[in-house]
Design a protein around this ligand. Structure first.
Ligand code: BV8
Length: 263
């Protein structure tokens, strides 16, 4: 029997995890990677759509220039998501909302998997793939997977677009401000599965750091945010987060190293 040691969890993080009341989690595409959702910068065909890099097809200009192409891109992603489910990372984060007295979950993702895993309040900085909004009257409508997507606004008849924030577009009113206030007030901040390249979302961990929070990054790779983090748990979120949730209830964590059995 061979043991593969998971990232070591420091006593400092262990104490913070067990004693903190105000906790903020920021997630990116990496938290959905183990559900089968392609990440943005994971390379392969997930990063390029019909020869256009995602920053182009997911940009404000293309909505004006070619709304049908934008719908084709987002319909494709929604069809992909229909059959995908939350992974252990989403499920663990959903349990943290009842573990910490002041818990804030902020996501850059538009896949809705945090909601599907049972997270009740999610600040979706970049909107949702499961909602459309009218280009004229801004009315918003949920997309029911059981019915074909509407093309025209039921209220005014003008075209609808995905209710997501594209590159060059402003975030939903109040969303970033709410997230930034929670980041400035938290004691413990987790940055999970993001390359830390897109702003203003990527600015949240620094707000927490400046406010004196303990910042922990969960990612198989280092990112531009790693330097400001107090701890890096280098691993896949679906494997690391269950180790955190077990803290306090698992005698092995007294050594700070948790080993898992590999067959
Ligand atoms: C804004 C929704 C103000 C759509 C997304 C010109 C004009 C205006 C703004 C700008 C401009 N030039 C630059 C900007 C700012 C721009 C920006 O930051 N650009 C970057 C590229 C430099 N930001 C904006 O435009 C924002 N708006 O600033 O408004 C404004 C507006 C107008 C005029 C003036 C000012 C809006 C940004 C939102 C864009 N929308 N998504 C869609 O989904 O199509 S962004 C998209 O990429 C995601 O939502 C996410 O936010 C972002 C980053 O992706 P990540 O989630 O980090 O994913 P990525 O693939 O990059 O990384 C995955 C990570 O996971 C990796 O680190 C990997 O190692 C890790 N990982 C992999 N597997 C696992 C894992 N981790 C854990 N476990 C695993 N198993």
């Amino acid at each position: 029997m061979q043991f593969e040691t998971e990232p070591s969890i420091s006593d400092k993080l262990r104490r913070r995890f067990l004693n903190s009341k105000r906790v903020l989690v920021l997630t990116g595409a990496g938290v959905s990677a183990e559900s089968g959702v392609p990440t943005f910068r994971g390379g392969g065909n997930s990063a390029v759509w019909k020869g256009m890099p995602f920053e182009v097809i997911s940009s404000a200009q293309v909505v004006e220039q070619d709304l049908p192409a934008v719908w084709e891109w987002f319909d494709y992603r929604r069809d992909l998501l229909q059959v995908l489910n939350p992974n252990p990372a989403h499920n663990e984060i959903a349990t943290w909302q009842d573990r910490f007295s002041e818990f804030t979950l902020v996501t850059q993702n538009i896949d809705g998997l945090h909601h599907k895993a049972g997270s009740r309040e999610v600040i979706e900085l970049h909107g949702s793939l499961w909602r459309v909004r009218c280009v004229s009257c801004y009315a918003r409508f949920e997309i029911l997977s059981s019915r074909p997507r509407a093309d025209a606004c039921p209220d005014c008849g003008d075209p609808v677009r995905p209710d997501v924030v594209l590159f060059g577009e402003i975030l939903p009113a109040g969303a970033f401000e709410q997230a930034a206030a929670a980041a400035a007030n938290c004691e413990l901040c987790f940055v999970i599965g993001t390359s830390g390249l897109v702003y203003p979302a990527a600015g949240l961990p620094e707000i927490a750091h400046v406010a004196g929070a303990f910042v922990c990054e969960v990612n198989p790779e280092k990112t531009p945010l790693s330097a400001l983090c107090d701890e890096l748990l280098m691993g896949r979120a679906g494997e690391v987060l269950p180790l955190l949730s077990r803290l306090g209830s698992d005698s092995r964590t007294t050594t700070g190293r948790v080993a898992t059995r590999t067959s």
